[in-house]
Write a protein that binds this ligand. Structure first.
Ligand code: FAD
Length: 219
């Protein structure tokens, strides 16, 4: 039987124009690792069985949980975005998703940053800075937690805007040519997360550039 928990929403804030950050109660003795996700539904008669996967972005030792959720039209995320402090969610036990295996290159598109945020926030700062992040978004206003990522990774956080030219930001799409130019060491771990098309292109390019499949953690 699935272990479900009803948790109250404590706080809701906008993270970007179409992404909200939800701080929710953490069930007692609830254990997860940075990078893991869980199934979430709204605790109402109409929506309680409409579960969708979302990533824990809070640190495992915090006494609350955090989810960063993007609103898509005509789906459950639109309903989740209507929720306020005091409303309730239902969450499952956590399930494995992205696991930190060691230093590497993190390549994210949009909300694909969430498991990486979960990982970075759960690692010691001196370990985080040894990793490199390429974070692709359409425009500057779409970037999730930009300041925090810059603080954690310094110059190792590289932001690319695919639909906006802006000083200090790359204006490149994720492609084989981009990866060939930007990457020097293909023997590291590569963590890839984003929309399905993004993940496919990056994964295929990395393999063509000689990265061992076992070193690619993608989803
Ligand atoms: C393991 C895992 C962890 C995830 N973690 C997060 C997270 O932390 N935060 C977060 O915001 N999302 C996350 N997602 C994606 C999230 O689960 C989906 O966005 C959500 O299920 C969409 O539900 P919906 O009912 O709103 O949309 P649906 O009714 O399923 O779709 C509505 C419309 O939005 C489009 N759409 C939905 N999801 C996406 C997407 N991801 N990319 C592009 N178009 C999409 C659909 O094509 C459709 O047109 C995660 C997914 C997985 C598999």
């Amino acid at each position: 039987m699935i272990n479900e928990h009803v948790v109250k929403i404590l706080k809701v804030d906008f993270e970007t124009h179409n992404v909200k950050k939800f701080i929710v109660e953490k069930p007692e003795n609830f254990i997860f690792k940075g990078g893991q996700a869980t199934n979430v539904s709204i605790n109402s008669l109409r929506f309680r069985n409409e579960k969708r996967p979302f990533t824990f972005t809070s640190r495992p030792e915090e006494n609350v949980l955090e989810f960063i959720i993007k609103k898509y039209p005509n789906g459950i995320t639109e309903k989740i975005h209507e929720l306020k402090a005091g409303d309730e969610l239902i969450i499952d036990g956590n399930f494995g998703y992205f696991e930190y295996k060691g230093e590497g290159i993190f390549i994210a598109g949009g909300t694909g940053i969430n498991p990486f945020l979960g990982i970075f926030r759960s690692l010691e700062p001196e370990k985080v800075v040894k990793n490199k992040l390429f974070f692709f978004n359409k425009t500057h206003k779409d970037i999730i937690c930009e300041r925090e990522l810059s603080e954690m990774l310094g110059n190792n956080a590289v932001f690319s805007l695919t639909e906006e030219k802006r000083k200090g930001y790359l204006n490149k799409r994720a492609s084989k040519a981009f990866l060939k130019k930007e990457l020097t060491d293909f023997s590291k771990y590569f963590y890839v997360c984003g929309p399905p098309g993004f993940v496919e292109i990056v994964k295929k390019s990395l393999i063509e550039l000689g990265v061992n499949k076992d070193k690619i953690i993608a989803g």
